[in-house]
Design a protein around this ligand. Structure first.
Ligand code: AGP
Length: 622
């Protein structure tokens, strides 16, 4: 949601296109976050130039092609995902601030007290030209600049008046060569270059220019010029040691690399992504996690685990529950983060909260993390994005290391989240003595086989793609699974809904007779995820009965089953095979045909696979 980019480079004697080029390239790399308008602002001499357009970045590029803009040393850019006001040219960012439009500002987040601020600023004679909450921030910073003559002080004073969530970036006619930014409950990172510096909603904004980044904490203000980056707190005190980190994402990961979509590419990267999540976890015979700074004695004392997450990450959490309860014998609940926070959950110092998030910026999950910590719980974040808010505000973090995920529909991060949950479960089992070292080693050995097995499933993508093409006119698809197959069914349905816009429902197979079977009529496609016949016999037999039940009512049965499982054949219209693995590890394989199915179906329908309508990659507002 909303992408922000900022650039400060050297003052050239002649106007240059570098600041604008950096801003546009950054915005292109942030497109994946989802947006409906885009804009840039530059400072040329004393002129603050703003260009913005509704729609895709291409519209903005076309206007800039017709009316070229150069810059002195700075530029800011923005992709907007509309909240206050429709996605029009006027509501797009940047917004001018001040009586003469002497400032330009971009904003990510929601300013909750904007109506009162707007009324106050209108009384002072400031003119508003948009319906956005952000324009109030632009005038507010401009008014403070007029009072103080210092853009950093102006930003600090203005943000002290704001309620809600924001990342703000501003440039001003009287502060040439400077971009000032601030954040509260919304992401912001700084990229440190040589003779130039960058700002972004995430490192994707500048990953091709530098591999060095700085974290900006809550309520901090950062002042960026070509050579100096200064971070100050809400009182104006300089932070002398802001946290620096190396960006381990490869710029090439933000390119499609020959695939029709980022989603297709990310699906096909899953074997190596999972290998990366697993890499280097065993040292000296014991399991190691990244930032596991929660004391082992605390981990031994916990009596409950609550997994909090949203969407796909919550499905990964549901898989985690089966594994963690089985290995660690700790009662484990999985709850949607937005529900957790508002229902007054029972959380104590003996509760371990596990927050799962690809982006690390999902506001619902972040708020739930804060709520849990306020109740005294320890929080471990399973996250893909270093430097993001959720791991920063948690007690410990385990990173997925699957590389940047660009497509809105999560695929490789889902597998990374499941693996990370397993690692956490095994770590807890190790610390608490629930499993012996040789048992953990045997499980890890089988996990190490998973990347090769994922590759085997991917090698059969053709079969699934053919099926998807044949079903391009489907209007409803059902997904059934039991045990760990249940979250897989939910995830398969979510993928199809979000990118192919097809009505899809995932059910626990055992629930079928309690209602959903009424939906089954002649020709209704039903995916069934079948557990291994080598696991619990009763589990397998029950799911085979489910296939029979829906088939008897006319369903077209699309079955995902282990190689060699012949029991399913008589009742299946289509069988998609996955290699044999432990029951608990099967979700890493069985979900892949469902991802490929959704991706191919959306592709043949001619839909925007990577940026589905109405959705944003990271949901940074509640
Ligand atoms: C997945 O395909 C979704 N687009 C969405 O459900 C996502 O998983 C959810 O918004 C949580 O995001 P996070 O992992 O970045 O917190």
């Amino acid at each position: 949601m909303c992408g922000i980019v900022g650039y400060a480079g050297p003052q050239h004697p002649e106007p240059t296109t570098r600041p604008l080029d950096v801003a546009l390239q950054g915005l292109a790399r942030l497109e994946y976050r989802g947006y409906d308008s885009a804009g840039v602002a530059t400072l040329e001499g004393e002129r603050v130039q703003v260009t913005k357009r509704a729609g895709k970045l291409q519209n903005l590029r076309e206007v800039l092609g017709e009316n070229p803009v150069t810059a002195g040393a700075v530029a800011i850019g923005h992709t907007r995902w509309a909240t206050h006001g429709a996605p029009t040219d006027g509501n797009a960012h940047p917004h001018h601030g001040g009586y003469d439009g002497e400032l330009a500002l971009v904003h990510n987040g929601i300013i909750e007290n904007f109506a009162a601020l707007r009324a106050e600023l209108e009384r002072d004679g400031y003119t508003f030209t948009s319906d956005t909450d952000s324009e109030a921030a632009a005038h507010l910073v401009a008014r403070e600049m007029q009072r103080t003559g210092d853009l950093t002080a102006a930003m600090r004073a203005a943000t002290a008046r704001l309620e809600g969530a924001f990342t703000l970036l501003a440039i001003h006619r009287d502060a040439p060569g400077t971009v000032v930014a601030a954040r509260r409950n919304s992401p912001l990172v700084v990229g440190l270059g040589e003779g130039e510096n960058f700002l972004g909603s995430d490192v994707a904004a500048f990953v091709d220019a530098t591999q060095e980044a700085l974290e900006i904490d809550q309520d901090q203000v950062v002042t960026v010029t070509a050579d100096v980056v200064t971070v100050t707190d809400a009182e104006g005190q300089e932070i002398t040691d802001p946290r620096r980190y190396a960006i381990d994402w490869d710029a090439r990961a933000a390119q499609k690399g020959g695939y029709a979509s980022f989603m297709a590419k990310e699906i096909h990267e899953q074997a190596s992504a999972v290998a990366d999540t697993l890499r280097g976890r065993i040292e000296g015979g014991t399991l190691q996690l990244d930032d596991m700074s929660v004391d082992e004695s605390v981990l031994r004392s916990i009596d409950k685990i609550v997994v909090i997450a949203c969407g796909t990450a919550a499905h990964a959490g549901s898989v985690a529950k089966y594994a963690i309860e089985h290995w660690c014998r700790i009662p484990t609940e999985v709850e949607l983060a937005h529900e957790f926070r508002y229902r007054d959950p029972v959380v104590t110092e003996k509760t371990l909260v596990v927050a799962i998030s690809q982006s690390g910026e999902t506001m619902d999950t972040l708020m739930a993390v804060r709520h849990a910590r306020e109740q005294g719980a320890k929080v471990v974040a399973l996250c893909n994005t270093r430097g993001s808010s959720i791991p920063r505000e948690s007690d410990a973090a385990l990173y997925l290391h699957v590389g940047p995920e660009i497509a809105v529909a999560s695929t490789k991060a889902y597998l990374g989240q499941i693996i990370a949950s397993y690692l956490l479960g095994l770590y807890l089992a190790q610390v608490r003595g629930n499993l012996f070292a040789d048992e953990i080693a045997a499980l890890m050995e089988d996990l190490e086989q998973i990347p090769a097995q994922i590759q085997q499933v991917l090698d059969r993508a053709d079969e699934v793609e053919q099926l998807a093409r044949a079903m391009r006119d489907a209007t409803s698809v059902l997904f059934l699974g039991r045990h760990v197959g249940y979250p897989t069914a939910m995830e398969g349905a979510l993928k199809l809904k979000e990118i192919a816009y097809i009505h899809a429902e995932g059910f626990a197979a055992g629930e079928l007779k309690h209602g959903p079977i009424a939906l089954v009529e002649e020709g209704q496609p039903v995916f069934v995820i079948v557990p291994s016949p080598h696991g619990r016999e009763s589990l397998h037999a029950k799911v085979v009965s489910t296939i029979q039940e829906v088939r008897a009512r006319g369903a077209k049965t699309l079955v995902i089953a282990e190689e060699g499982d012949e029991d399913v054949v008589p009742y299946s219209d289509v069988v998609l095979r996955v290699p044999r693995t432990r029951t608990l590890f099967a979700p890493l394989l069985t979900v892949i045909p469902l991802q490929i199915f959704a991706c191919e179906l959306a592709t043949v329908k001619g839909l925007d696979v990577d940026q589905p309508r109405n959705l944003a990659k990271s949901v940074t507002v509640e």
